[in-house]
Design a protein around this ligand. Sequence first.
Ligand code: SF4
Length: 181
Amino acid sequence: MMPEDILREITGRPEFGGFSYTFAPAPRTEPDRVRELRKLCAENKCGCYGTTWGCPPGSCSEEEAADIVNRFSRTLIVSRRYPMPPADDAKAFEHISREVQNNIRNISVLARSEGLDNVPMGDGGCTYCGKCNYPEPCRYPDRKVISISGMGIDMEKYLGEQGIKFSFEKDAVTLYAFIMF
Ligand code: SF4
């Protein structure tokens, strides 16, 4: 089966319903761009910097990030629109972020089991273990989800290039994640 057919078959299964799936050319990056975006990560507004193997500085070096991103030619963009949780409901937001991350992780694992080399990337740190084992070794490297921005990808710009408007809504939030293959 062709790579996109493998992913089409997997994402068509009932357990992966409720999400939108779009195929697109993979983004490109370079070490300088990774360094630039990682400066924003280091401000640690999300609280994930230096706490999981999915986020810098643990995820990989700037050079490795560019190599990983640039070795793939295609991306499956995964998204889901959720009614906006109340601003003070951090748990609800965490729940939906986790749901999106679990979705791409499960797709990624199944696709690998069918021979498709891929890397799942999401927003924020890897949440598979609840509390990441960082800086001790990753417990489940094949379940790890990597931060998109930490890999030198400006998600808003990239989605715009694909004709996807990344907009903020008052009463809903749309979360995005990628599977690069
Ligand atoms: S799989 Fe577990 S140990 Fe590995 S990066 Fe994710 S949360 Fe951390």
